[in-house]
Each structure stands twice: as structure tokens, then as C-alpha cells.
Design a protein around this ligand. Structure first.
Ligand code: DOR
Length: 429
């Protein structure tokens, strides 16, 4: 990646502009001046401007990921705010929400302030998510209002479920005053029974302990009932089962404040992929059956699932080299996301883009008018048809735990423009 400051004057020439907010695709040039949109129109000329030839390319909002793990503070051997930002830029993401399961967890206003402060100079926007409970122990609520004041955009104990239904109810009641979502990692720990992969024929064949679909769907149903009781926002992360999709579809009819995400890996793989015991496939919730994968795809297409989020979860090679039972859960996902979903979902490019722009921004209440004259530049330029093989050179994360290495993807991010920076992904390094 070639990362530099956006030139004083930059002309994006000949591209197709897709504005996900207006749902409009049009061919036009964009003139950028002092990091702001100066003009959008046909055949703009400016002899002083640097030019990016965007013929055949689509220019759209910078991508937004509501679910990443950047590991700072405490696990900087896996990822830092700096390396996570580069991974995001490589994937076209200009804005991410960082989960609080750091070490120590982001469970206080001071910890939220640390992330906000430290990411001021980052080339992307990093929004911290505060923990629901102190030390993510699932018992005592954190200082939610104080964390929101410092910049927390949601609360979650992600990585761990909120097992106690009363704690979940209180979290929903408290956040209803601030209009931010509660995000619960829904896995019933008793039913999960220390499972390391989806429970089914494949877990029996591989001799690995299974985690049944019900561990997810039962807790999602509980959470949705609670959110309905309180009449408040809830965001369901990394949906993995067909039963959960049905639950969300049914409950959304009653409570329009429900939103849901799915990861690229749950859309792309099924549990047969685990046959070679590659620990990069070990994630929580687990990669499920083909039937579940198809239900998730259908859920995206009928609007039950609002957005795609990567659950970018870096782990070191040493940890991932452990046996399947012992290795940690998680895979990275920022760099491969666009090529993966654009390939596997087989949807028109405008619908693919909305899943990683307008919809996640709406869920988090971020500005969705990025093509207005005078707007600060937060744009991504993609070639939607380019087929390419994802390899280690495409990874900017500190960790390389991706099962997509070697996979042919469709659609590539070529430029990301964010916070005054221009990331050029045409170059290999
Ligand atoms: O696979 C996962 N890894 N799922 C999670 O929810 C947490 C994440 C992590 O932090 O490693």
C-alpha cells in the first residue's frame, strides 16, 4: 500500500459514483480540494489537480465496519490501533467500531477516552464500543453514561455472552435513554458445552466437540423479547444460524429497532471447510451447515440482516498453531471483506455496497451524506469486476489468521480516501 496525504487538488476522473444514501449511480468526475468535495460534474478540468483515472471503477462512501477487534490495550502482539487502521484502509474501510474485549477491557470512561485520544491521529475513524459489565464478568453494569460521553457508540461484552437475562434487561433499559445499541454475543454457554465447531455430522466425523445452533438462536430470541419489552435498540452480531434468522425476521415485525449483522466468513464457508483442522476456521459463533449459510444469504437478500461486519479478530501464529481444541476463536477479515461478499452474494454492486456503507452507518448513527459539496473526504474506489487471489501481501493486519489466503475473490478495493490520507492499493507493498 502506498499511503500518503491527499494532494491539495485531486481529480477523480471518469468513474461511476454510487451514492448509497440516494441509491443513485451516475458517471461523473469529482474534484477534491483541501480534503473536501469541491465539485461533482461532467468533464471537470483543472490543470493544477493530480488525477486518478477512475474509468471502469466505482467511487462510493468509505466502508464502515461495526465489529472489529483491535486488541489495544494489552494485546499489541496481535494488533494495534495503527496496524488495524492499515488493515481497514486495505479493505476500503474508513470507519470501524472497536470491541472492548481488550486487556484490560474497555469498561470505563477512562478506557474509552484512551481509544478516542489515541486514534485521533489514525488515518481512519475508530469508534470504541464500551463493555456492558465491569471486567466483562457479566455481573455489574459499567458506567454506561460516562462511556457514552467519552465517545462509546454502543455497548457489548463481545467475545463473551451476557448470560444473566436480568443484566441484559438492565443494560437495555439503561441504554434506551441514550439511543445506542446493545450488542450481545449470543451463545448460551451451557448449551455451547465448550463446543469448538458446529454440532452436526461434521463434528462427529472430525471428532470435535459440537456447539449446537440452539445455543445461538435461544439467546437471540431471549434478547429480542427483552428489547421488545423495553422498546429499545438492539443489534445482533455475527448471526450464524437459520433459526436465528427466522427469530430476527419475526421479531423485526414487532420491533423495528432491531438490527443484525453477518460476517463474510459465515456467508462464504460451511462446516465442511474444517475437514483439514485449519484453526483459522475456528470462530465464535462457529461456521455452520450449508443450510445455515443459505439462510444467512437469504436473510441478507430479504433485508432481515441489515449489514455485513467482519468480526476482524487477529490472533498470533503461535496461538493459532495450537491444536483445534486449544486454539483461540477468531479470524481477520477487513482486507478480504469486499472481494468475499461481492463474489459470494451474487448481488448487484449497489446492494453489496449498501451492506458495508449506508446500513452499518445508519445502525450507529453516523453521517450518511458523504457526497455533499464541502464534505470531508471519506471515499472508497473499487473495481467491482476484478478477480484476484487473496494472499499474504494483501494483509496489513499484524496477524495473518485468514482462511481466505489462496482464495480467488471478485472485486478489489483500489483506493481508500480517509481523514486526509490516500491509500493506493494498486501497489503490492
Ligand atoms: O471468533 C471470535 N473471536 N468471536 C468473537 O466473538 C471474539 C473474537 C475475538 O475477540 O477473538
Amino acid at each position: 500500500m502506498n499511503l500518503k496525504k491527499i494532494p491539495k487538488k485531486l481529480l477523480l476522473k471518469g468513474g461511476k459514483i454510487f451514492d448509497p444514501t440516494l441509491d443513485k449511480l451516475k458517471k461523473a468526475d469529482i474534484l477534491i480540494e483541501k480534503n473536501k468535495i469541491a465539485a461533482i460534474g461532467q468533464k471537470i478540468k483543472d490543470n493544477n489537480a493530480s488525477i486518478i483515472d477512475c474509468n471502469g471503477l466505482v467511487i462510493t462512501h468509505g466502508f464502515c465496519d461495526v465489529h472489529v477487534h483491535f486488541r489495544e490495550p494489552g494485546q499489541e502482539d496481535k494488533e494495534t490501533l495503527a496496524t488495524g487502521s492499515l488493515a481497514a484502509l486495505a479493505g476500503g474501510f474508513t470507519r470501524v467500531c472497536a470491541m472492548p474485549n481488550t486487556s484490560p477491557p474497555l469498561d470505563s470512561p477512562e478506557a474509552i477516552n484512551f481509544i478516542v485520544d489515541k486514534s485521533t491521529e489514525s488515518p481512519i475513524f475508530i469508534h470504541p464500543i464500551g463493555a456492558v459489565t465491569k471486567d466483562q464478568k457479566g455481573k455489574d453494569l459499567t458506567e454506561i453514561q460516562g462511556m457514552i460521553k467519552e465517545g462509546a457508540v454502543a455497548i457489548s461484552d463481545d467475545g463473551l455472552p451476557i448470560s444473566d437475562a436480568q443484566v441484559m434487561r438492565l443494560a437495555l433499559e439503561y441504554t434506551s435513554m441514550f439511543d445506542i445499541p446493545v450488542i450481545n454475543h449470543a451463545e448460551d454457554e451451557c448449551l455451547r458445552n465448550n463446543g469448538v465447531m458446529n454440532e452436526g455430522d461434521n463434528s462427529i466425523r472430525l471428532g470435535l466437540k459440537g456447539n449446537p445452533s440452539l445455543s445461538e438462536s435461544i439467546m437471540i430470541q431471549r434478547d429480542l423479547e427483552l428489547a421488545n419489552l423495553v422498546n429499545t435498540k438492539i443489534h445482533v452480531p455475527h448471526v450464524s444460524t437459520s433459526e436465528a434468522v427466522s427469530n430476527i425476521k419475526r421479531m423485526k415485525k414487532i420491533n423495528p429497532k432491531i438490527s443484525a449483522e453477518v460476517t463474510p466468513h459465515h456467508l462464504y464457508f460451511n462446516d465442511q471447510a474444517l475437514s483439514n483442522y485449519n484453526t483459522n476456521f475456528k470462530v465464535a459463533p462457529p461456521i455452520r451447515s450449508e443450510n445455515d449459510r443459505k439462510a444467512l444469504t437469504k436473510g441478507i437478500k430479504d433485508g432481515t440482516i441489515d449489514c455485513v461486519a467482519t468480526d476482524h479478530a487477529p490472533h498470533t501464529i503461535e496461538e493459532k498453531e495450537a491444536s483445534f481444541d486449544m486454539a483461540p476463536f477468531g479470524m481477520i477479515g477487513l482486507e478480504s471483506c469486499f472481494g468475499v461478499i461481492n463474489k459470494i452474494l451474487d448481488l448487484p454492486i449497489n446492494l453489496i455496497i449498501k451492506l458495508i456503507t449506508k446500513n452499518p452507518r445508519r445502525i450507529m448513527g453516523f453521517n450518511n451524506n458523504l457526497f455533499e459539496i464541502g464534505s470531508h473526504i471519506e471515499l472508497t474506489i473499487v473495481d467491482p469486476n476484478l478477480e484476484w487471489v487473496f494472499n499474504e501481501n494483501n494483509i496489513y493486519s499484524k496477524s495473518k489468521n485468514s482462511p481466505f489466503i489462496g482464495e480467488t475473490l471478485k472485486g478489489k478495493v483500489l483506493y481508500t480516501l480517509s481523514k486526509g490520507y490516500l491509500a493506493d492499493l494498486n501497489t503490492k507493498n
